[in-house]
Design a protein around this ligand. Structure first.
Ligand SMILES: *Cc1c(COP(=O)(O)O)cnc(C)c1O
Length: 375
């Protein structure tokens, strides 16, 4: 009999979700918005020590789109985006008919490279357009170089949209990821550290902006008895049922973070013994990754692919790193600033199973594959 498949990262129920879903059903709040949504937002605001305002949306992607709309990004505007990321970071730029400008990664955090960021900004200004926003990503939960990146953004007066979709629970200098940018973004998709089945959040430090975000997310209804609209509206609000799932899930956020740290230690132990593979880690204690996903760098693309296939034979999922956006057919016309860091990472990097629900049996199977492969 074939062993059960081990996945990269699956959602896992906390057991508390049902109560909130029942409450929504019984009170007939089976719609977008509602008491669970308000409560979920309050819980998230509490998580951010009530220093931020949170808007729950129906996905992380829609939260990024809302951030661009609120920053008044329009057709023909330019928006800088980290090239190495999931396409959801960049697609909303196209929704606004704006132009993505991609920037390479640096080798320490695999995130946006401060030097290339400044080169890109200077060159775009020289070419006649100052970028309207910068989308920086905490990839796999690893904080980007917040101080360096924000210093440059501030120098040129460009707001940062902090894509923290993978980094709920991560910190930089002890401060929570999601709270650094002009906007922060979270995702509660099924594979993230906690889920609402599908959902996201926009984080801002202004109550005024929160109200405006909700206005856009609920079809931009003007104040009137009838339905009246003077701006484009969107159906981007989180559903009350999904928020119920989120309220159940948020109770396990801390324990999920601990489980992911334990997974990382499991890999650390293994890869200490392996010379030809390097585990992706915090470079120092300024950075605290939630280790949403663990990843390794192999010596060559061939070894990476061979390891991936070996995992596959054991029915264990592993996956290459995000393919940089400047290499994607859909974005091939977009300007790119950088060297070959993200391309090299893409060639040699592999993500390993890192779910909060990995069992000891799963870990033994994973370890066996790795040990035998490198023997
Ligand atoms: C998951 C993810 C998103 C999008 O979130 P959804 O909720 O799936 O729309 C955006 N950026 C990154 C880096 C992600 O991993």
């Amino acid at each position: 009999m074939k062993d059960e498949r081990i996945y990269l990262s699956l959602s896992q129920e906390s057991g508390f979700e049902e109560e909130y879903i029942q409450k929504a059903l019984k009170s007939n709040w089976i719609t977008s918005g509602g008491p669970n949504v308000d409560e979920f937002e309050n819980e998230l605001q509490r998580y951010f020590e009530n220093e931020n305002f949170v808007v729950a949306s129906n996905s992380g992607t829609s939260a990024i789109h809302l951030a661009l709309i609120l920053l008044d990004v329009k057709a023909g505007d330019e928006v800088i985006c980290q090239s190495m990321t999931f396409s959801a970071s960049a697609n909303p730029i196209l929704y606004q008919n704006a132009c993505p400008i991609f920037v390479d990664s640096e080798i320490d955090t695999w995130n946006i490279c401060p030097e290339n960021l400044e080169i890109a900004i200077k060159d775009r200004i020289k070419k006649g357009k100052k970028p309207k926003a910068i989308i920086a990503v905490h990839l796999y939960g690893m904080p980007y170089k917040v101080d360096d990146v924000h210093l440059i953004a501030d120098k040129y007066g460009i707001p940062i949209i902090e894509d923290s979709a993978e980094a709920l629970g991560s910190t930089y200098k002890g401060k929570k990821c999601g709270s650094f940018g002009f906007f922060g973004i979270l995702s509660f998709n099924g594979n993230k550290i906690i889920t609402t089945s599908s959902g996201g959040a926009l984080i801002t430090n202004s109550d005024e902006i929160k109200k405006k975000a909700i206005f856009y997310a609920t079809q931009s209804k003007d104040i009137a008895v009838h339905y009246q609209h003077s701006e484009i509206g969107y159906n981007y609000r989180m559903s009350n049922i999904c928020a119920g799932v989120g309220l159940g899930q948020i109770k396990t956020l801390e324990s999920n973070i601990n489980l992911r740290q334990a997974n990382h230690l499991f890999y650390k132990k293994i890869f200490q013994e392996v010379e030809n593979a390097k585990l992706f880690e915090n470079i120092n204690n300024v950075f605290f990754s939630n280790y949403w996903l663990n990843a390794i760098l192999l010596e060559t693309e061939e070894i990476k692919e061979s390891l991936r296939l070996t995992f596959e034979k054991a029915n264990i999922e592993s996956r290459p790193l995000w393919k940089p956006m400047h290499l994607q057919p859909i974005f091939k016309e977009c300007p790119y600033y950088g060297n070959k860091i993200s391309e090299e990472l893409f060639k040699k990097g592999l993500c390993l199973p890192s779910g909060s629900n990995l069992t000891n049996t799963d870990k033994s199977r994973i370890k066996e594959v790795i040990i035998n492969f490198f023997k």
